[in-house]
Every structure is written in C-alpha cells, then in structure tokens.
Design a protein around this ligand. Structure first.
Ligand code: ADP
Length: 222
C-alpha cells in the first residue's frame, strides 16, 4: 500500500500516518519529523532549514524533495509507504510523481483529511502546551494554515483528477477517523494494483456523518 496524506496542520497526519503504517506494516515517512531531526542534529540541511521551520514557512522544494527521494529509496524494498507532509504545493506534487515513477512506487491513494480552522487552532494550541514545538505559537499557526489554504489545498483536486483521492472528515475523535481510514484503505488495497487510476473515481467519505444522522450542518473546508 502506498499512501500520501494531504491535510492542514493539526488535522492528524502524524497520528493517522502512524496508525496506517502500523496497520499495513509500511514505513511512515514524516517530512516534518525528518526536518526537525536534522535541525536537532545540526546537520547541514538542519542549519539550512531551521529558520523556515520556526517561521512556519515552507522549506525550499529542492531540499525537501532530495530528502524524500533518499527516504523512498531506503524503503523501496518494503514496497509500501505512508508519506506525511509531502507534497505541500503543486511543484512538489509533480516532482514526487516523477520520483515515484522512476522508483516504480507512485502513490496508490492520496488521503485528504478535512477540518476547519477553528478546530485546527484549538488542537495545535493544546499540543503546544504539551510539546512546545517552536512553530506552535498562534501567529505561526495562522501562517501555516494560510500557506496550507493557498498552496497545499489546491493539489487535492489534482489527485481527484488522477483518480486516487480519498477524503475523510477529520473533525471527529482520532479513533473514529482512524477506523474509517483503515476500512477505506483495506477495501482499496484489494484493487489498487489491478484497476487503472483513470478507471477510478474519487472517494468522498466526508458527508457520511450527516447521512447517518450527524446533525452538524456545516462542511469543514480544510
Ligand atoms: P504541520 O503539518 O503541523 O505544519 P509538519 O511537521 O508536517 O507539521 O511540518 C512542519 C514544518 O516542516 C512546516 O511548517 C515546514 O516548514 C516544514 N516542511 C515539512 N514538510 C515540508 C515540505 N514538503 N515542503 C516544505 N516544507 C516542509
């Protein structure tokens, strides 16, 4: 199973990525974690990206893509992966597709986690109190959400057109979201290698709550 996640900060990429990785026994590759590790170890890459991370800005595409290519090469033998944090803009999406083709491991599923800004800010500030991440201050959180809206969210449509998009409502408790994701991925696992991408349609699970009696009327935009 080869999965990539597109989601705003605070939607649960880390939590759900770890769950997917454990469930399918595939490596969970989180670009934010890899970058923070470089910063902590003061590697050349770490020194080059530290300021971007602290400001909530995107790290230059070439640096991230080189790091991701290396990470994918390392896990090629496993055959699967769950990517968390990349791609974050259209250029990264295209470059990642190219890398995937070269390595024979393009993504089978683009998992989109949706949540609204109010809930995301609430979660990130709660996490800040526990973990103290340098970019979890309200001002930097707002900047990260803005970047997500402007440059990351538009790539969702591209995955829809490619036929590999699965959208999930991530406003609910993590266990519930996780169950829904695993159920959807288990079903997809049976056909991703047999059905060509162009023969598939996007899977939108975000309206299910309402269809089954959830009274919330607004749809999260994220
Ligand atoms: P979040 O999604 O909550 O912002 P991440 O841990 O995924 O957290 O990312 C933290 C930071 O790492 C980002 O704000 C950015 O500076 C950097 N980063 C991670 N992935 C990428 C990427 N693909 N391209 C550019 N910058 C990235």
């Amino acid at each position: 199973m080869r999965v990539l996640m597109v989601a705003p900060p605070g939607a649960g990429k880390g939590t759900q990525g770890a769950l997917i990785g454990a469930h399918f026994a595939i490596p969970h590759i989180a670009t934010g974690d890899l970058l923070r590790d470089h910063v902590a170890r003061r590697t050349e890459l770490g020194l080059a990206v530290r300021q971007h991370l602290e400001n909530g800005a995107l790290v230059p595409d070439d640096l991230v893509l080189q790091m991701v290519r290396q990470a994918l090469e390392l896990v090629a033998a496993n055959g699967g992966y769950v990517l968390d944090g990349v791609p974050r803009n259209m250029a990264q999406a295209r470059a990642l597709y190219q890398i995937g083709r070269e390595l024979g491991m393009t993504a089978n599923v683009a998992l989109h986690l949706q949540a609204d800004d109010h809930e995301l800010i609430r979660r990130l500030l709660a996490r800040a109190a526990l973990e103290g991440r340098a970019d979890d201050t309200e001002q930097v959180i707002r900047r990260r959400l803005e970047i997500y809206r402007e440059v990351t969210h538009p790539i969702v449509a591209w995955y829809g057109a490619r036929g590999i998009l699965v959208s999930v409502d991530a406003m609910r408790p993590a266990e519930q979201v996780g169950r829904e994701i695993l159920a959807a991925l288990e079903v997809m696992k049976t056909f991703v290698d047999h059905v060509p991408e162009k023969a598939r349609t996007p899977v939108d699970l975000t309206g299910l709550g309402e269809a089954f009696g959830d009274r919330r009327t607004t749809h999260p935009p994220g």
